[in-house]
Design a protein around this ligand. Structure first.
Ligand code: BDR
Ligand code: CA
Length: 328
C-alpha cells in the first residue's frame, strides 16, 4: 500500500490501448506514485472496450481496488474514430487476457474525477493518455477542481510530425476542441508529445526477457511491448517495443528525464488539413503577425523537446519487472 504522505497522488485518464496498459502497469508499481483512480474515454477503441481492457490490466497487475469509471463515448463534436488497426480488435493487442472480475464504479468519469481530486489531501497530478474529452467535460462542469490539481502531464500533440495526419497527433486530433480546453485550464501543463513519445524503445532482448517471466505483470508488459514493434533491433531478430503512453507516467515519476521548454501552444480547430495540429511557437522573437496585429495572450505549456531514453527504459524495467532470483 502506497504511503499517502510522501507519494504523488495521480489519476490516469486513458483509452486502454496497448501503451495505456503499459502506463497503468508502471503507475501501479512505482513506489512514488499513488494511483487514486482511472477514468476511461473512447479513443483507441470504444469506451466499453476501454473499461474492460483497463480492468483486465489492473487485475493482471495485482493492483489494489482502484476505482475505474466509464467516461465519454465520443468526442465533443466529432464521431469516435478508433485506432484498432494499431491496437487490435479488442483495442489492446488481442493478447487474450481473461475477462475481468472487477467492475467499474457506478458513477461516470467526470463525477469520479471531481470526487477524487477534491478528496485528495494533496494536489493531484492528472495524466491523460487519451483524447481529452473527459478532461474538457470535467473542466467545464466542475472548474473548482483546478484548486486541487498540481499539474496535468498529457500525452498528446507534436511539435514536428503527426501520426493521425501529417501534422496532428491522434489524441488531439480525435477531439481537438477538448484539447483546446485543456490547454487553457489555468494549471501547469506538460505536453509529452510524439516528438519524445516515439523515441522511448525497450530493446528486443528485454522484451524477450519480459515475455518469458513467470510474474504475470512483467509477462503482460512483455506481451504488450511485443505488440508495439519498432525497427528490428541491432542485437538480433526481436524488434524493440515502444513504451508510448508509459513515457508520460515516467515523466511524472522522474521529471528530470525530459527536457522541457515553456512555449505557447495552440490547437488548430479549423476544418481541413491542419485540424488537430498543436502549433508550438518556438520562434526566438515575435514575427510580422505580432508586429502588425499585436501579441495575443496565450498560456505557456511545458513542452517536452527531448527525453533521456536509456533512463526511462531503465526506470520502466526496474519498476515493472525488477530482476528477481528465479523469476524466469
Ligand atoms: C496516442 O494515440 C494512441 O493510439 C496511443 O495510445 C497514444 O495515447 C499516440 O498518438
Ligand atoms: Ca492512449
Amino acid at each position: 500500500m502506497a504511503d499517502r504522505t510522501t507519494t504523488i497522488p495521480v489519476i490516469i485518464d486513458c483509452d486502454t490501448g496497448v501503451d495505456d496498459a503499459l502506463a497503468l502497469l508502471f503507475a501501479v508499481r512505482h513506489p512514488a506514485l499513488d494511483l487514486r483512480a482511472v477514468t476511461c474515454v473512447a479513443g483507441n477503441t470504444d469506451v466499453d472496450g476501454v473499461v474492460r481492457n483497463t480492468l483486465k490490466v489492473l487485475e493482471r497487475a495485482g493492483a489494489p481496488e482502484i476505482p475505474v469509471a466509464r467516461g465519454a463515448e465520443r468526442p465533443l463534436i466529432e464521431p469516435a474514430r478508433s485506432a484498432r488497426h494499431v491496437h487490435g480488435r479488442d483495442g489492446m493487442g488481442d493478447i487474450g487476457l481473461p475477462a475481468p472480475t472487477r467492475s467499474p464504479v457506478d458513477v461516470d468519469a467526470v463525477t469520479l474525477l471531481r470526487r477524487e481530486i477534491l478528496a485528495s489531501p494533496r494536489p493531484v497530478t492528472l495524466i491523460p493518455t487519451a483524447p481529452l474529452t473527459n478532461i474538457a467535460l470535467l473542466l467545464r462542469t466542475h472548474p473548482e477542481v483546478t484548486r486541487n490539481i498540481e499539474r496535468i502531464v498529457f500525452m498528446g500533440g507534436a511539435v514536428a510530425t503527426g501520426n493521425a495526419t501529417p501534422v496532428a497527433e491522434f489524441n488531439v486530433w480525435h477531439d481537438p476542441e477538448a484539447a483546446a480546453i485543456l490547454l487553457t485550464a489555468g494549471v501547469p501543463i506538460t505536453m509529452y508529445g510524439l516528438d519524445v513519445f516515439t523515441r522511448v524503445l525497450v530493446p528486443g532482448a528485454e522484451v524477450r526477457r519480459l515475455r518469458a517471466s513467470v510474474e504475470p505483470g512483467a509477462r503482460l508488459a512483455g506481451e504488450l511491448l511485443a505488440h508495439r514493434p519498432s525497427a528490428p533491433d541491432s542485437d538480433g531478430d526481436d524488434p524493440a517495443g515502444g513504451l508510448g503512453d508509459a513515457g508520460a507516467v515516467c515523466a511524472v515519476a522522474d521529471p528530470a528525464g525530459i527536457t522541457t521548454r515553456p512555449l505557447p501552444v495552440e490547437v488548430s480547430l479549423a476544418p481541413g488539413p491542419t485540424r488537430g495540429q498543436t502549433v508550438v511557437d518556438r520562434r526566438p522573437r515575435p514575427g510580422e503577425s505580432e508586429i502588425h496585429h499585436g501579441v495575443r495572450e496565450q498560456a505557456l505549456v511545458d513542452v517536452a523537446l527531448d527525453v533521456d531514453v536509456e533512463r526511462y527504459v531503465k526506470l520502466y524495467l526496474e519498476t515493472v519487472a525488477p530482476e528477481r532470483p528465479g523469476a524466469e
